[in-house]
Unconditional design. Sequence first.
Length: 271
Amino acid sequence: MTFANKYGPWALVAGASDGVGAAFAEGLAERGVNVVLLARRQQVLDRVAAGIESRTSAQTRTLAMDLARPGAAAAIAEATADLEIGFLVYCAGADPNYQPFLANSIAAAEAMVQRNCMVPMQLCHHFAAPMVQRGRGGIVIFGSGAGLAGGPNMVAYGATKAFDMVFAEALWSELHDTGVDVLGLILGKTNTPALRELEYSRGQISAPDEVPPGADSVDDVIAEAFENLANGPTLFVGEMMRAAEQLTSSLTRKQTVELFAQMAVAAMGSD
C-alpha cells in the first residue's frame, strides 16, 4: 500500500502556517496526500498553500481559525465534511509568554487548555472513527519536553503537553490494531520562527534569523517523524530529547521538577 493510499486522500494539519507544521504539510504533499492547512493567519496560510501547490501535485485547502475559540472543532468538522480525512496532524499550541502562572489571566490558561487539550481530543474523536471503519489512517499529536515534568513559567503549557502525550499513548493503545497509526511526537528545542523570535526578544541570539544554540533543525524533526509514523506510541525527537527522557526517568519526580526549575532560571538569564 502506498503512503497516499494508507493516509490519504486528504490530511488536516493544525498549526500549518510555519515551522514544523508547515514542513509536515509539505512532507505529506510530497508523498501524494492533499492537505487542509489550518492556522489563524489567512495570508500566511495562502503563501504556504501556494508553495505546496507549486512544488507538488497535491491539492490544498486553507482554513483560518483560532483554535482557542469555543466551537473550533465543530467548525473544522463542518468545513471538512466533504473531504475524506485520512491523516490528522495537531501541531498547534505553543506558548510564547513564558511567564509565571499568576502573571497571566486565568483566561489565558483556559485558552491554552482549550487549544492544546480540548480541540485535539475533539478532532481525534471526530476523524478517528471513519479511519477505523476504513481500516487505515494516521494521527500525529505534537508534544513537548515541557510535558515531562512541572516547571516554572510554563504551568498551564507543561500540563497541557503532558495531557497530549498521555492522550496519544492511550489512543494508540486502542487503535494500533485497527490499521490506524497514532504517534505522539515529543519535541525539544527546535529551530522555528517562534523560537527564534522568543530568543531574540530575550537577547539570547543576536538576530531573528540566527539559529538558537542546541536547536534541532525542522528538516531533521520532520524526517524522523515520517520514518516513525508506525512506531508509536511515543517518539522523543532528537538526541538531546532522548537524553533528557532517559535522565528524567532516572530521577525522582521532585528531582525532575527541581531540574526544570534550574533550567528555567538558565533560560531567563536570572533568578
